[in-house]
Design a protein around this ligand. Structure first.
Ligand code: ADP
Length: 392
């Protein structure tokens, strides 16, 4: 079966077509700057990457071109060869604990959840509606970033805030990156067997840590929104909210502007003033740039703190897994993090750690907790959910 896995943002649309059950990626691509004058798209096929300019006034324009390109690249002969489309949806609130077939009631609920994710859910919905317009008879599935974390116990998802805020307005921890953490849980289940205790560190531009017990999320570092938890590329992670009125009084910024600073100008970018990209910051670190050194140390401290905390919650983890852009590629960051845990007997095999393109164990034989690098694959997870649901 040929399944399209789709991630629609406010001005972008990413897709991957995967053949299932073979799990073979057939073609993928990204449409960018939708609605702007300089819109373009790239297609990856057979190891080549083609960049093309195109006037993309709307997501529907992008979807139409996407489908035409599938035929041009000879991936399909006609649209009815597309067996299903899986859509990533950022927020499913406490309504969705797993992926679902999209119907009118799902669309309505996702729309109702918009106040919880005002930027993301509307963009995801635009993506779905564009596909429905062009492929009205194709089955579509919604895969929620929050769903995996719905197994967290109440003590974990409640904040110590007026209880009415939770009851009346749904103020609680939801957690994100659920599809990635679920992928890691599934992979580790295959590697180590069931009933294992895993700490999944998805550290990319966005970053979150998740404690997984028996394949279920029991704690995660992102919260009501994705700003919470560890230090990220441009997001601050955990901070003292008491600083907000003070900053506003000093900078004369409005609340929205300060929130934008916390989301887009903080984290590694804020600390270094250089870049949000770990590769640039590592260069600064190697060149003994003081701010880059501090930023990388703070970043490693924070991830190590969450690992320690979740090791306690899990009453002893079996494995720590690194994934996403930084986790998969930065041997320096993995090494800085694990060094902070060496007092617990957690140790890396630095030779394994320094290899490129790792997919497997990197801890030393005598490490008390095994450490792995597992490349995440959210697109495959979305496609698999779609395949499973449309075959039910
Ligand atoms: P997103 O959260 O946008 O999905 P990714 O998981 O793709 O992000 O991670 C992107 C980030 O990964 C980059 O911003 C960069 O910080 C980091 N990264 C990618 N390659 C490397 C590398 N070779 N070394 C260090 N960091 C890297």
């Amino acid at each position: 079966m040929k399944i399209l896995s789709v991630n629609a943002g406010s001005s972008s649309l990413k897709f991957t077509m995967i053949e299932l059950p073979e799990e073979k990626v057939m073609i993928s691509g990204t449409f960018e700057k939708i609605g702007l004058d300089d819109s373009f798209y790239t297609i990856k096929y057979n190891g080549n990457k083609d960049k093309k300019e195109a006037k993309l006034e709307s997501h529907t324009d992008a979807v139409k071109i996407l489908l035409e390109e599938l035929i041009n690249y000879k991936v399909i002969k006609s649209y009815d060869e597309i067996d299903g489309v899986g859509h990533r949806i950022v927020h499913g609130g406490d309504k969705y604990t797993e992926s679902v077939i999209i119907d009118e009631s799902v669309l309505k609920t996702v729309e109702e959840l918009t106040p919880l994710a005002p930027l993301h859910n509307p963009a995801n919905l635009v993506g779905i509606r564009s596909f429905m317009e062009v492929l009205p008879d194709t089955k579509m599935v919604a895969v929620f970033d929050t769903a995996f974390h719905q197994t967290m116990p109440k003590e974990e998802y409640l904040y110590a805030l007026p209880y009415d805020w939770y009851k009346n307005y749904g103020v609680r921890r939801y957690g994100f990156h659920g599809t990635s953490h679920r992928y890691i849980a599934t992979k580790m289940n295959e590697l180590l067997g069931e009933d294992r205790k895993i700490i999944s560190c998805h550290i990319g531009n966005g970053a979150s840590i998740c404690a997984i017990k028996d394949g279920k999320s029991i704690a995660t570092s992102m919260g009501f929104t994705p700003i919470a938890g560890v230090i990220m590329g441009t997001r601050c992670g955990d901070i003292d909210v008491g600083l907000l009125p003070y900053v506003m009084s000093q900078t004369k910024e409005k609340f929205d502007e300060v929130m934008n600073d916390l989301n887009k100008k903080s984290g590694v970018l804020g600390l270094t003033g250089v870049s949000s990209d770990m590769r640039d910051v590592e260069e600064g670190y190697n060149n003994k740039d003081e701010r880059c050194i501090t930023a990388l140390n703070m970043y490693a401290n924070k991830v190590a703190e969450y690992i320690s905390m979740y090791n306690t919650k899990l009453e002893g983890a079996d494995a720590i897994v690194f994934t996403a852009g930084v986790g998969e590629n930065s041997d320096l960051m993995r090494s800085l993090i694990i060094k902070r845990l060496s007092f617990m007997g957690i140790k890396l095999d630095e030779e394994k750690n320094s290899q490129r393109g790792i997919d497997g164990e990197i801890s030393s034989d005598d490490s008390t907790i095994k450490v792995y690098v597992i490349p995440t694959d959210e697109e495959l997870m979305i496609a698999k959910d779609t395949y499973n649901l449309i075959n039910e």
